[in-house]
Design a protein around this ligand. Structure first.
Ligand SMILES: *Cc1c(COP(=O)(O)O)cnc(C)c1O
Length: 354
């Protein structure tokens, strides 16, 4: 894959106050874009100035949502370097999503090459204030100007990037989570294990309800019995029950998070008792009632590790660990962010330098 580079004529001003970056509003100077055509494969890899693209109102993605995405970050290290956390996993997962959505495979090495080239060109956009990062969004979408239903014959693969602020502006505050018992996010056999926009569209009504009740996120239960715990909006979920670290097994309806996988690997390395298994909301409530629910936390690229302080299931409100961060949660957070920002040695082989 050869990448043609067309640089922006006059670079945009970078945000001066990195404490006000927020998330997802500001974009860097450039973006990566490549075409796919049936019979021709991926072609015309290019980096161009960030800007609007033109698509037909009949573009298939607008009607049938044949699209997939990834999310990862570039981190600034104390010596001014830039690095990624397990980026190969993102491009492998993009292909897992692609297969389910009947989107052509993108060679992992091409994805990584595009990532490195784009970040290299826009490296001054990687912020350096504590906890900030450059959020990177690779995505592929169907773009045939045709409103019949079938897999498309023309796709775009793009990468856009957005400097983002510290997720925890005021320390690692525990979040409140609302257990959704009416709507479901996905079922086995569906698309729950992929990163596709449709999963998020289906989750908005539940998210809305959680917000109405003053909870920041939704905990989804399985789509058939509404009994087994699946995951949070954009995070996987972990429980520490009587010394055992438990997370729902991957049954086809749960997204296989890279932070989830990394947390499991670290806990196993530390000699903790770790289980990937079916766990019901009833079991969590019983553990809470008997004083054995020690910690609850979410895992995902955006928040890394997010302590859960309150869990609302029907009329029952569980306050976890006195609404304070627990020891396992804190240790995972410190270790993972330490490695990501180059403040701790990478003894897992997870860091890739730009
Ligand atoms: C991206 C995502 C996660 C977290 O995955 P990471 O690889 O850890 O960022 C969890 N759940 C859903 C639904 C997601 O889309």
């Amino acid at each position: 894959m050869e990448i043609r580079i067309e640089k922006i004529a006059s670079p945009k001003a970078k945000p001066e106050d990195e404490s006000k970056l927020g998330f997802g509003h500001i974009f860097t100077d450039h973006m990566f874009i490549m075409d796919y055509d049936a019979g021709k494969g991926w072609h015309d890899a290019r980096i161009v100035p960030f800007g609007d693209i033109s698509i037909s109102p009949a573009s298939m993605v607008l009607h049938y949502a044949q699209e997939i995405f990834e999310g990862l970050k570039a981190y600034r290290t104390p010596d001014g370097g830039i690095q990624f956390f397990r980026p190969i996993e993102n491009f492998k997962r993009l292909n897992v999503s692609a297969e389910r959505l009947v989107i052509p495979q993108l060679p992992v090495e091409d994805g990584l090459k595009a990532l490195h080239a784009l970040v290299e060109l826009d490296k001054d956009w990687v912020p350096s204030a504590e906890g900030t990062s450059l959020y990177i969004r690779p995505f592929i979408f169907a773009d045939d100007p045709y409103i019949g239903v079938r897999p498309a014959e023309h796709y775009y693969f793009m990468i856009i990037m957005s400097p983002s602020g510290a997720y925890y502006a005021s320390g690692l505050d525990p979040v409140g989570i609302y257990v959704e018992t009416n709507y479901v996010r996905s079922v086995k056999g569906g698309t729950g294990f992929t990163k596709t926009g449709g999963n998020y569209a289906a989750s908005l009504a539940g998210q809305d309800e959680a917000h109405r009740q003053n909870y920041s996120q939704v905990l989804w239960l399985d789509g058939i019995e509404r009994k087994y715990i699946e995951e949070v909006g954009s995070m996987n979920i972990f429980f520490v029950i009587d010394g055992e670290v438990v997370t729902p097994e991957l049954r086809g309806s749960v997204l296989s998070g890279i932070t989830r996988k990394s947390s499991l690997e670290l806990c196993r390395k530390w000699g903790m008792k770790v289980s990937e298994r079916a766990i019901t909301i009833q079991e969590v409530a019983e553990a809470y009632d008997s004083g054995k629910l020690e910690e609850v936390f979410g895992t995902g690229t955006a928040a890394v590790i997010s302590p859960v302080g309150r869990l609302k299931w029907g009329d029952k409100i569980m306050e976890i660990n006195g609404n304070k961060i627990g020891a396992v949660t804190q240790r995972l957070y410190d270790t993972m962010t330490g490695m990501q920002y180059g403040k701790l040695p990478d003894d897992m082989g997870w860091i890739e330098k730009l």
